[in-house]
Structures are given as structure tokens and as C-alpha cells.
Design a protein around this ligand. Structure first.
Ligand SMILES: O=C(O)CCC(=O)C(=O)O
Length: 336
């Protein structure tokens, strides 16, 4: 197990709060860069996502955009039968093939209790969901600040994300970790120059590792039970551990939220406007909406010709990230 001992390890309840402890939890979040809210999602809501996964997602052969490589892939199952390629943006899934799963996931991510918490942590009257992911197998996600990929156009650090445990997460299931207080201790590592996403992503990952070592940060991975949500700031360094090899699952969703009137800043470069839908009264941003024929044609081409798609995507990103900053931030694209 690669989880390190942390100052919190002997006081495990210190980082977690009940769903009505707004003031104390907010103060903790501001200071530490994360907070755990216990039992925010109902057991029924967690079960609904797991059931739809079993009945609808698992048997499907439809290619889906994946979190780890931004490629359209069919489901891949490991030796223990867990879904190995995490899903990127559940809200983009096509209702015809994945409607029950999409609805159940959005129900969990946009429910009233969650909306109250994201509003509290962002000190905003209302919030919107701009990005999400779904995991079943351990992912071993590299340490990063979300800000490098997306953040708030109003100000870096004004985006909050949540890790939603849809079952009890065992110690060797590839737990999610944060580096407490890193949101204040570390200057934002910018998505530019030798570190840019198009050509310098691996350099970026190394630089984050070096920052963790240089600061002597502990990787703090709270034990999350079904229904718990860990919220963190877009400047907080975080990632997840590799699994222990026993086949323990980490069925979970993550989601990133902004104040409703804010816009997504992508790659520290451009404001990325999104097509918005409303779910449960919360606005939800789409990026690759699979209900649109045009996006399904792109998906099918990307699936059939993955190398050509990856090259075209990299060329487009390189062009965008190498534009002078002023010009790039003026690039405003409609998406969805
Ligand atoms: O749980 C994981 O493996 C990574 C999640 C994450 O980094 C994110 O949602 O930003």
C-alpha cells in the first residue's frame, strides 16, 4: 500500500463534516483545500448509478470518450471484471444507448444537497457542472492541479470538484488523495511553454511530483464510505493510488463546478463556452454531446482511425497553446 501516514491519519474524523455543518466545513476547505461531507448522496442514488452501470453500460459496445487518454474506446474490462477505462463527461453520453446511466449519474451530481454545498464552497448563489468522470477500476491518476486542465475564468482556484463514493472504498481500491494546503503553498503550475498540454504533459506530471517531494507533502487519502463526497479546490494537488491487485472496485463519480455566471477557462488559455442543459435545476455544460449527429460522426471517425484523430487533436492543441496568450484567450468557441 503506498498510502503515506499523514497528520490526519490519527484523527480521521477531523476532515469530515455532516451535511449541515456548512460554516465549519467551509472554514476547513478554505484552509486545507479539501473537505469530506459524510452521507451527502443517498444509498438509493448510489445504487441507481451502479445498477445502470451493470444493465446498460457494461453490455454496450458503443465507443465512449475516456478520461485517461481522451480517446473514444469501447469498454475494457480487467481480469477481475472491472471497467478499466474511466468515462469522461457522463453528461455527454447519448440517451439512446446510455440514458439510464446518464440520468442516474446526473441525479447524483446535481441533487439539491450537492447544489447547496457547491454554492457554499464557491460562495456563489448558484453553481453549474462543467465536467465529470466515472470510475470503477483503480486508475492511478497522476498528481495534478485541475487548474492546468480547466478552471474558472473569473479567477484561478474558483472552481470546486467533488469525488462521489458510490460504494465503500477499500484501502487497496486506488483511493483518491489530496495534498492538504497545497492550494495555497504552491504557485499555479501554468499550462504553457515546455509544460503545455499538447507537447509537455509528461514534463508537467514530473514537475508536480517534484513539487510534492520538495514540499515534503503527505498524500492524504481519507476512507470514504458510500454516499460520502470529498470536495477539493482546483489548485489543490491531488491524484489517486494504483490498486492493490485484488480486484477491489472504486465505483465513483467526479464532477467539477463553477459559479453559475462564471465561464470555464481551459488549459489556462481560452474561455470554452459550453452548450448548457438544465438538470435538477442546475445547469450542466456539454462538450461532446453524443445526442448530436455531428458529434457521433466525429466519434465514429475517431474510433476507427485513432492515430489520425490523436494527431489531429494534438496539432489543434499545439496551435491553440502556442498562440500568443492574448490571442488565445480571445478564442471563444461554442461547444456541445
Ligand atoms: O479519482 C481519480 O483517479 C482522479 C480524479 C481526478 O483527478 C479529477 O476528477 O480531477
Amino acid at each position: 500500500m503506498n498510502e503515506l501516514l499523514t497528520p490526519f491519519a490519527t484523527r480521521p474524523l477531523d476532515n469530515s463534516f455532516a451535511p449541515d455543518e456548512y460554516q465549519d466545513a467551509r472554514a476547513f476547505y478554505d484552509r486545507e483545500g479539501f473537505v469530506v461531507i459524510r452521507g451527502l448522496i443517498t444509498r438509493n442514488a448510489c445504487a441507481a448509478v451502479r445498477d445502470a452501470l451493470a444493465q446498460e453500460v457494461r453490455p454496450s459496445r458503443v465507443p465512449i470518450l475516456r478520461q485517461q487518454n481522451m480517446k473514444y474506446e469501447r469498454n475494457r474490462f480487467g481480469e477481475h471484471g472491472l471497467l478499466e477505462n474511466p468515462i469522461f463527461n457522463v453528461q455527454d453520453l447519448d440517451d439512446r444507448s446510455h440514458g439510464a446511466f446518464r440520468r442516474a449519474a446526473l441525479q447524483a451530481l446535481t441533487g439539491e444537497a450537492v447544489a447547496r454545498w457547491t454554492a457554499c464552497l464557491l460562495a456563489a448563489p448558484a453553481t453549474k457542472l462543467i465536467q465529470s468522470m466515472f470510475f470503477e477500476a483503480p486508475a492511478g491518476t497522476w498528481a495534478h492541479q485541475d487548474s492546468y486542465y480547466q478552471d474558472s475564468a473569473t479567477g484561478l482556484g474558483q472552481c470546486v470538484a467533488g469525488w462521489f463514493a458510490l460504494e465503500d472504498i477499500e484501502e487497496d481500491a486506488g483511493r483518491f488523495y489530496v495534498c492538504p494546503r497545497s492550494h495555497k503553498a504552491l504557485a499555479v503550475i501554468r499550462n504553457e511553454g515546455a509544460l503545455d498540454f499538447a507537447l509537455g504533459h509528461d514534463v508537467y506530471k514530473t514537475v508536480v511530483q517534484e513539487a510534492i517531494a520538495a514540499h515534503g507533502w503527505q498524500l492524504h487519502a481519507p476512507a470514504l464510505k458510500q454516499g460520502d463526497v470529498l470536495f477539493w479546490n482546483s489548485l489543490t494537488v491531488h491524484g489517486s493510488f494504483a490498486g492493490g491487485g485484488r480486484g477491489a472496485s472504486r465505483t465513483s463519480l467526479t464532477a467539477h463546478y463553477l459559479a453559475d455566471e462564471d465561464e470555464m477557462l481551459q488549459f489556462h488559455t481560452r474561455i470554452r463556452r459550453q452548450k448548457m442543459v438544465t438538470y435538477n435545476g442546475m445547469r450542466v455544460g456539454l462538450l461532446h454531446d453524443q445526442s448530436r449527429l455531428r458529434n457521433r460522426l466525429v466519434r465514429d471517425a475517431a474510433f476507427r482511425f485513432p492515430r489520425a484523430y490523436a494527431l489531429a487533436r494534438r496539432a489543434a492543441l499545439t496551435a491553440l497553446l502556442r498562440l500568443p496568450r492574448g490571442k488565445a484567450s480571445a478564442v471563444v468557441r461554442d461547444a456541445g
